[in-house]
Write a protein that binds this ligand. Structure first.
Ligand code: NAG
Length: 217
């Protein structure tokens, strides 16, 4: 009988522990304002003494300022995550402003720890994301000012300015530290390089094309 109960417990534990958390773990107190100078390592950042916490810890100013889009992509992301607001620690959310010059792109990338909900506050965007294997279906839409679009966690997505002037978007993310993997930079700009023969076979390209791509990132 005892071994049956044990078996049941093991089975239950297996079921419960297989449920993956889709966003940051929830907070066990009102807040846990990041004490970024602490030498203690935890999953996240250790908490500042709550008696020393004030409005400044939950505040950021500057998103009215346009990001500098004078770069090869013609876009700029201004993040407001736990690095900018220490009070975001353990809360599982963050924000970003994205500026796009005419025809500028936010290149294909993924957020390993967050879904994203984006709204256009000025201009117009072509957006898209690709579903996982085996379908790899592209889901794409043109967004106007006021439109909102969702990029599910982990999926490769991008935006392109299709307005005649500048475009501005605000994105909210389901992590205090969503992380960004820009596909081109991660694949062709890793340090050190991924061996050329591996990329040549993976992308079905001539090795000289791979070397050329690697020289650009
Ligand atoms: C924007 O970035 C470019 C390239 O880095 C730089 O030359 C320029 O001075 C910057 N403009 C402003 C307003 O900061």
């Amino acid at each position: 009988m005892g071994s049956r109960v044990l078996l049941l417990l093991v089975a239950l534990f297996a079921i419960v522990s297989s449920i993956a958390l889709a966003s940051d773990p929830s907070s066990l107190q009102d807040f846990c304002v990041a004490a970024s100078n602490s030498p203690v390592l935890v999953n996240g950042i250790v908490c500042k003494d709550s008696k020393m916490v004030g409005a400044q810890d939950f505040f950021f100013s500057g998103l009215q300022k346009p990001g500098n889009t004078s770069n090869a992509l013609g876009s700029r992301v201004t993040p407001v995550g736990v690095t900018q607001i220490s009070g975001l620690n353990t809360l599982g959310i963050s924000l970003a402003r994205i500026d796009y010059a005419p025809w500028g792109i936010n290149p294909p990338h993924t957020h390993p720890r967050a879904s994203e909900i984006l709204t256009v506050i000025e201009g117009s965007l072509e957006v898209g994301f690709v579903t996982s294997n085996p379908d790899n279906r592209l889901i794409t839409k043109i967004l106007q000012k006021g439109d909102v679009f969702v990029f599910p966690v982990g999926l490769i997505h991008y935006q392109k300015n299709v307005a005649h002037g500048n475009t501005i978007a605000i994105a909210a993310l389901s992590s205090q530290n969503a992380g960004v993997i820009t596909i081109a930079n991660a694949v062709f700009g890793s340090k050190p390089d991924i061996p050329v023969d591996i990329l040549a076979k993976a992308f079905q390209l001539d090795k000289t094309v791979v070397v050329n791509l690697q020289s650009k990132f």
